[in-house]
Ligand binder design. Structure first.
Ligand SMILES: [Zn+2]
Length: 67
C-alpha cells in the first residue's frame, strides 16, 4: 500500500499529493483498509521504539560506568 504513495513515510492523512488519499477520494480504497493500515503502522512504530529502547539499554549496560 505504501508503494502507491510517493512519500515513503506518508501517514496518508492529509499530505498534499498523497496517492493513497487520492484513491480513497476516488473510492478505490476503503476507509476501513486505510484504518487497518494505520493501526498496523502504529504497532510497527511501537515495536521500533521498543527495539530502540532495548538497543540503548544494551549500549548503556555494555559499557563501563564513567564515574
Ligand atoms: Zn500517502
Amino acid at each position: 500500500m505504501t508503494s502507491e504513495c510517493q512519500f515513503s513515510d506518508c501517514f496518508h492523512d492529509n499530505e498534499p499529493g498523497c496517492a493513497v488519499l487520492a484513491r480513497l477520494e476516488a473510492g478505490s480504497i476503503s476507509r476501513e483498509r486505510l484504518e487497518s493500515w494505520r493501526r498496523l503502522r502504529d504497532e510497527m512504530a511501537e515495536l521500533d521504539d521498543l527495539l530502540e529502547a532495548q538497543a540503548r539499554k544494551r549500549e548503556r549496560t555494555g559499557r563501563a560506568p564513567r564515574n
